[in-house]
Design a protein around this ligand. Sequence first.
Ligand SMILES: Nc1nc2c(c(=O)[nH]1)N[C@H]1C(S)=C(S)[C@@H](COP(=O)(O)OP(=O)(O)OC[C@H]3O[C@@H](n4cnc5c(=O)[nH]c(N)nc54)[C@H](O)[C@@H]3O)O[C@H]1N2
Ligand SMILES: Nc1nc2c(c(=O)[nH]1)N[C@H]1C(S)=C(S)[C@@H](COP(=O)(O)OP(=O)(O)OC[C@H]3O[C@@H](n4cnc5c(=O)[nH]c(N)nc54)[C@H](O)[C@@H]3O)O[C@H]1N2
Ligand code: SF4
Ligand SMILES: [Mo]
Length: 806
Amino acid sequence: MEVETSRRKFLQGTITMSVVGATALSTNLLSSGDGQSAKPGAISFHNTKTGNGSSHEVATLCEMCVNKCAAMARVENGVVTKLNPNPMFPKSKNMLCARGNAGIQALYDPDRLKYPMIRIGEKGEGKFRRVTWDEAYNAILNGTDKFPGLKQILDEEEDNRSSMLFCAGEGMAEHTFKQFFEAFGSANWLNHSSICLQTVASGYGVTLGMYPQADLDNAEYIIIAGANRAEAIVTPDTMDAFKRTKGRGAKMICIDPRFTNTAAKSDKWLAIKPGTDLAFVLALTYVTLTEELHNKAYVEKYFNGFEEYKNSVISNNYTPEWAEPITGIKAKDIYTIAREFAAHAPKAVYYPGRRSTFAKNDFQLRRAMAIFQALHGAIDTKGGLIFGDKLDIKGHAGLAPLYERARARAIVKRTDQKGEPGYDDCAVVSGGGSWIGWRNRYLEDKMPYKVRGMFCYKHNPMMNMPNTAKTAQMLKKMELVVTIDTMPSDTVMFADVVLPECTYLERTDPVKTFGGIEPSIAVRNKVIEPMFESKPVMEILKGLTTKISKPLFEISKKYDEEVQDMIEDDGEEEVYAEFDLTLPFKHTQEELNHHAVEMYPGAAEKLHKYGVFYPNQDEYYKQLSVNEYQYYPENKKFYSVGGGKPKTPSGKIECNIESFADMGVDPMPVWRDEYNYSVPAGKFRLLSGRHAQFTQSGTVNNAMLLDLMPENFIWINKRIAQEKGIKFADMIEVSSSIGKVQLKAYPTEKIAPDQVFFIHGFGAESEELTWAYKNGGNDNTIIEDHIEPVYGAAAMHETNVEIRKV
Ligand SMILES: Nc1nc2c(c(=O)[nH]1)N[C@H]1C(S)=C(S)[C@@H](COP(=O)(O)OP(=O)(O)OC[C@H]3O[C@@H](n4cnc5c(=O)[nH]c(N)nc54)[C@H](O)[C@@H]3O)O[C@H]1N2
Ligand SMILES: Nc1nc2c(c(=O)[nH]1)N[C@H]1C(S)=C(S)[C@@H](COP(=O)(O)OP(=O)(O)OC[C@H]3O[C@@H](n4cnc5c(=O)[nH]c(N)nc54)[C@H](O)[C@@H]3O)O[C@H]1N2
Ligand code: SF4
Ligand SMILES: [Mo]
């Protein structure tokens, strides 16, 4: 039998790469100079020493949240004593937030995972035995008396690689883990998208061709809705936005059901009813179109389906008066905002937002926002939404063999009348999948084949997705759960094998390119050696693949007829080379990073010394004032890359996507009655979100941060609290149709009488987390698993709860 050579492909170019000696890259550390010059070579980093020993600084990148701000770590006698902001990175502009500073505690947290462990108790009980790395790898391959290993699972499933699920949280080494997934050959990949930004990224993606950035540094008018930049920090937007609001050059309108710190720093705050932003945007669009405030030349040149959309908005009568009772925002405010936005355009931004798992209509909301923005021509232009530029970096060899027996992603085709294609629980399956859709299907035995185990990297499903009880059931049902984490999280408690990764301060991660107005490349350099027996995921996977690669190939040999034929033709050694799982992990991270930037002379050295590189850095980078820096001169910035041209395949703004109709999805954003907000008497709509000093569930055991706020409180409207006799810090039971939590009360006027709110991430159940254990409440214990219909994202603000003083 003939085998197509294209079947088995190597990803991202060639395997050969120049390998530099490790010594060339090590200990070329930045001195703690005290010069005042703005040139990189002499830049001064704050260095308030605490000890008497000698100190040095290492350029790194923060991983306490998604932003990756640049930091300088000070090391004294092998101990990291201080993390300072690194001013050289355009993305973080000399900022390191409270969490960034508290990265030291993540490193020295006494509860850290210190060595590999194997489960000896019941699943979820959290009883483990300390083992060596080799024993841990062995258990993953061969199992123990408590759980099956990969060999048994893949043999019984006849080499269906998709019988293992792979899931990962966002991080600089997510890609490294994904390479393992690709080499392993499963089709089941789930990441944070469907519980974070899937609908906003896709809404803007299909409409403009890209999820854009906002030029808040130059915008004159900003509508910030459903994004709390003062507390949910995203760099550089957080710094760019607030230095210019309140009469300092930009007018900011905040649309949020809660009076957040962003509302406090805005020029106007409008409390919207949750889930009704789409009606607000449609009404803004109505005013724009009926008063002809749009940019006609831009629309003429770059719009597809403008007339249909215009007809839809006008014939549906989406007037501000129509929107007023739906949104709770006065019609006169909607008229004013639409006119002011147009008056300032193109230096006007309807801020796209980040976490968008709010309501079931979210995808349509983001489409409507993107179209509204584009109507004003405020795309790919200074002061508007921008696409920016990106510096290329070189990829390296990956491996993605095709296993004949591996089944396609575990999704179920839709069987009702809503149309084809489309799936059982959502219309489109994105790369990151639908987490709750997948979990629920798995629990309901609706999978097209057996999925029996999972690898989980830097991700905490027990805390991160609605309906914790169902997630616990899923983890119990999985026969082999392998977790790679730094902490004994609630999810780790359900593991069969626990692999301890070192923290970000103990590893070099893949070099990354950051696109935007001022593109750059940045790297996380290892600050100190990994503590205890922890290792970077790269090395963990090197060890694991060395152990499992050959034995798993034996299983392919047994079941995969194509492999058998290939062996007959080419011999086993040659065929195995295409299935050798160790291949992506052959080089060290330092070698790969060096290779990635070798086309830029001097870049590797700069990245090592300063953590940041971009062309002409020495010439461009200047300190302008105490806390202001120039990265690119004004005329070299990438405000526009295509003169406003959308990045969609058609090169047009897509108003009317007819192919969506076949999937049961509205081709244009329209309002539906089922989107109306209502809460039954005596109940409250539960909202969830961020706090400036915590990152989701990942920082709740951080003693430095708990010093700033010890636990999460539930916001209850002051009048309601009075009626119910609830005082500050009274213990409250909050219950929904799926569960109960208890946490303390914060009576406040900052939230409407029919809503309550508390910060996401608290209320851990893992007894191994000294400070986080049963501290505050876990929102996902009571948030019901409502699925957003287009991408299967979680609709997190659709749950009504009751409250009771206990
Ligand atoms: N109710 C509700 N649910 C939400 C949200 C919400 O606002 N409300 N927010 C959603 C959003 S936007 C997101 S992005 C997701 C986030 O959900 P996740 O992706 O699960 O992120 P975290 O909750 O931060 O948990 C991260 C895990 O990684 C571990 N970790 C930290 N650093 C490292 C490391 O260097 N290596 C390894 N191996 N592990 C590490 C931590 O110990 C922790 O267990 O949650 C979503 N869930
Ligand atoms: N300090 C800190 N910063 C972070 C993170 C963190 O954990 N901590 N996480 C990072 C991550 S992963 C993400 S995704 C981003 C999240 O960044 P954001 O999306 O900005 O943060 P959230 O607090 O989740 O939600 C935003 C706001 O939406 C409001 N809201 C809720 N429902 C509605 C609605 O229907 N309409 C409107 N208009 N508003 C509504 C909430 O009250 C909340 O104030 O933050 C990032 N930055
Ligand atoms: S915003 Fe804060 S936690 Fe996030 S990367 Fe930057 S310094 Fe770290
Ligand atoms: Mo997120």
